[in-house]
Design a protein around this ligand. Sequence first.
Ligand code: HEC
Length: 138
Amino acid sequence: MKSINKIALSLLAVTTLAFSHGDVNPQPVETKGLEKIADDVIVNPLRENAIAIEIGKSAYNTNCARCHGLGAISGGVAPDLRALDAADDDIDEYFINKVKDGAVRNGNVYMPPFKEVLSPEAIWSIRSWIETLPTDDL
Ligand code: HEC
């Protein structure tokens, strides 16, 4: 009985650890306070928007941090998103398309697609937040 309890406890610990870096599946994001943004917008309309930056920070934490790192400081699992040029229209387009489609090659999901779960407002908020982060340690 005692050892079974031990096994159950360590299983619980493993499960808790596995999930402690955030949710495994894409999580919807509340974007109250932001105007709706059309799906075909490819230049960040929320740059330097204070409400968006707040929303983006928390949306990043629930959806991206487990791979791209806490505070968007990459631990090596996935690229450091601060390295993407800020305020660059071409990178804006690359960013939104990447987040919508994810990265799937030969049936391997390196990054899940987010287009069914995150609105353009949520994705542009994440980009706006990342752009506020220091890059001097890159
Ligand atoms: C399951 C892990 C995982 C999650 C969750 C994840 N990503 Fe990624 N992401 C990756 C990996 C791995 C790559 C590199 C893909 C490749 O090899 O093509 C990547 C690539 C990217 C790129 C391209 C970076 C570059 O330098 O070219 C962007 C932008 C990006 N992710 C944004 C996000 C955002 C924003 C979120 C949250 C909404 C997110 N990712 C969630 C793993 C993840």
